[in-house]
Design a protein around this ligand. Structure first.
Ligand code: HMG
Ligand code: MG
Length: 300
């Protein structure tokens, strides 16, 4: 049985923009969030509090979050990435009410992305979750490379389940499962979800699928059939991870909304406003929207 409603966590301002070579202005980032709010998104990952030496595009994190929160829309969550206590403290100072820690199921990716082993990363996340909970801040968890790793190839479902279970045990309210390089196909996604669901209730899982090989919508559908009801997606299909060369953006939010509309599953999102936002941000970045749904709707 498919879920009656799905929660979409919009990744555009963070996963979408983090890999852009040209610096996107703070004004454009804030305006993107405002347009996403108007399209009905209720969770918008706004920026990341990582090292500006590692990810220069997110170097205006405090200003973006402060400006976004100064005119926060009612009922909208604005999570931000925080890899360590330093990032958490900066996020808290800018007013964050929700943060995310991000680990990986592959050792090589963990080293390249956050410069430490999986075990070390989990030890860094523990004080972040403790400080967050003490401050009444919600914490989401991510696991990257849930199907494949750009450096190691196939990843064992059991490795994903172990990291996901540890993140839950630390008090994350939800764990988002990242097919960072978009190599997953439905059979592999289902095997992975079956392993993770033995350790973490499926209601606590989110799918975070990159669309490198065009399989992300199929993977969303396979996950819906497994009972997953939260998906991360990026308007216009923007993005990619700086530590996963060649990987393209998250599944486009408008592609997911089109799928869900067709299934009669509630999202609260206005498809036309979303497609207009995809067109607007793509124009800001001097390109056509990557998603099939945006192109089709705009051609009408
Ligand atoms: P490190 O170099 O090991 O950190 O980096 P360190 O603790 O040794 O500190 C070194 C320097 O960084 C120091 O500055 C610190 O102050 C500074 P210095 O003394 O040299 O001037 N520093 C920081 N500055 C700002 N904010 C911070 C921070 N922490 C330390 N939070 C670190 C470790 C994690 C910081 C680094 O590796 C990093 O920033 N990595 C970037 C990771 C990233 O943003 N990746 C992309 C997002 S994850 C993703 O896209 C996957 C996801 O979408 C899911 C999926 O698709 O799978 C979530
Ligand atoms: Mg990602």
């Amino acid at each position: 049985k498919l879920p009656a409603a799905v929660r979409i966590v919009e990744m555009g301002p963070r996963d979408g923009l983090q890999n852009e070579k040209q610096l996107v202005s703070t004004d454009t980032k804030v305006e993107l969030v405002r347009r996403l709010e108007r399209a009905g998104l209720k969770a918008i990952e706004t920026t990341s509090f990582v090292s500006p030496k590692w990810v220069p595009q997110m170097g205006d994190n405090s200003e973006v979050l402060t400006r976004v929160l100064a005119a926060a829309a009612p009922g909208v969550a604005y999570p931000v990435l925080t890899p360590n206590l330093k990032g958490f403290e900066a996020a808290l100072a800018a007013g964050a009410r929700e943060v995310a820690v991000f680990g990986a199921a592959s050792e090589s990716f963990s080293q390249k992305n956050i410069n430490c082993s999986i075990a070390e990363s989990l030890e860094r996340f523990r004080p972040v979750t403790e400080a967050a909970h003490a401050a009444g801040v919600k914490v989401r968890g991510y696991v990257s490379c849930v199907v494949g790793c750009p450096y190691e190839g196939a990843v064992a479902p059991q490795a994903v389940a172990d990291v996901a279970a540890t993140l839950m045990e630390m008090g994350c309210y939800e764990v988002s499962l990242g097919d960072t390089i978009g190599v997953g196909t439905p059979a592999g996604i289902v095997r992975m979800l079956e392993a993770v669901a033995k350790r973490v209730p499926v209601e606590k899982l989110a799918g975070h699928y990159h669309d490198t090989y065009g399989m992300a919508v199929a993977n969303v559908f396979a996950s819906l059939q497994m009972g997953v009801a939260v998906f991360d997606a990026s308007v216009g299909g923007l993005g990619g991870c700086p530590y996963a060369a060649g990987a393209s953006g998250n599944v486009a939010t408008e592609d997911v909304v089109w799928l869900l509309n067709g299934l009669g599953i509630e999202t609260g999102i206005d498809l036309d406003a979303l497609v207009d936002t995809a067109a607007w941000i793509s124009a800001q970045l001097d390109r056509e929207p990557a998603s099939r749904v945006a192109r089709a709707v705009l051609a009408k």
